[in-house]
Design a protein around this ligand. Sequence first.
Ligand SMILES: C[S@@+](CC[C@H](N)C(=O)[O-])C[C@H]1O[C@@H](n2cnc3c(N)ncnc32)[C@H](O)[C@@H]1O
Length: 366
Amino acid sequence: MTTHRRLVETLKRKGAPPQWQDAVAAVDRALFIPGVIEEGDFADDPEGWLRAVYSDAPVVTQVNDGKHTPEGAFRLFTSSSSMPSIMLEMLDLLDVREGQRVLEIGTGTGYNAAWLCHRLGDADVTTVELDEAVLSVAAENLRRAGFKPTAVLGDGRDGHRRGAPYDRVICTCTVREVPRAWPEQCPDGRIVTPWGSSFFSGSYATLDVVNGTARGGLSGSPAFMWDRGQRGGAGRIADLYHEAEGRRSRTDIAPQNVIQDDPAFFTGLSVTDAWYRWCEADDGSGEATLWLLADDRTSWATVEYVPGARAYEVEQYGPRALWDDVREAFLRWHTLGKPERSRFGLSVDGAGQRVWLDKPSRLIGR
Ligand SMILES: C[S@@+](CC[C@H](N)C(=O)[O-])C[C@H]1O[C@@H](n2cnc3c(N)ncnc32)[C@H](O)[C@@H]1O
């Protein structure tokens, strides 16, 4: 069964917060999904399209910022209708109440803005989108669904001063730095955003704002697109690898240990501009390669995991010694007593963003 009712039931079963269930039931996702999506052109497959629309999964609606992408080229996902249960998870963190004013960053298809409008009313919802074409389609989707929030073309990092103050800010793309404009425009309320750096981007920051100072913790495992102005590296390893010999060494740190959630999160606080891929051999040997790749494409490193080995081959290429940087962060995390991500917090005020461990005075990074 591929119906709106089915999606509503799925989300209920997955624990949709009661205060959002009416909005979920009232807004049909089909009004927000185009006929051509990343999964294909569904002109001749209406059932396939309905399956995509009504499954609890993201639907990618734009790649490479809408630019022409030649056959075989890497496709960076740049706009989507997010996974509905993840949208609800974020809205739950936002803890929004009737009568409050909400600023959404990243209109995308407009589906999330529609839920907000259904619950709060058009007048209390402002949504900002950086991509003009995306915004104009979203505005039309919203109109068809019967909603008319304030939809603004602009960089969401600037918020939307004219509509301030807001009680809540929800951002649906990942940021490295929570912009100061958000607590300025939401001086007593709450901000929820996917937050992180290239190495580890999978945290929600949930920040309570009091007198313009935002402070809060990190949780969850969101996987959102980057804020367009703060993107990290991406691509296929084959396109990023320089066919040249790197500097060789060995390490006694098993490479998979550095990419577990807590150490990877901590590493992401200092190694902000490099990312990793874990590639398992497909020959049943259990061997794997940890790839480290600099955002600027100048440097890479590999660590070769072999089951049962005591030391692992390392190769580092380019001006950065990426494994050395990751190793240093991993060892520092051990020195600090292997703190879990839940012990870290974030503060944002006029002086910018700071990351701390346990209490705001114990600074770890920016
Ligand atoms: C995951 S999609 C948003 C999903 C959307 N909320 C929905 O319900 O369909 C992320 C969107 O953020 C937009 N975006 C990225 N950086 C932005 C920025 N700095 N300001 C405003 N929008 C931005 C992208 O163009 C994209 O449309």
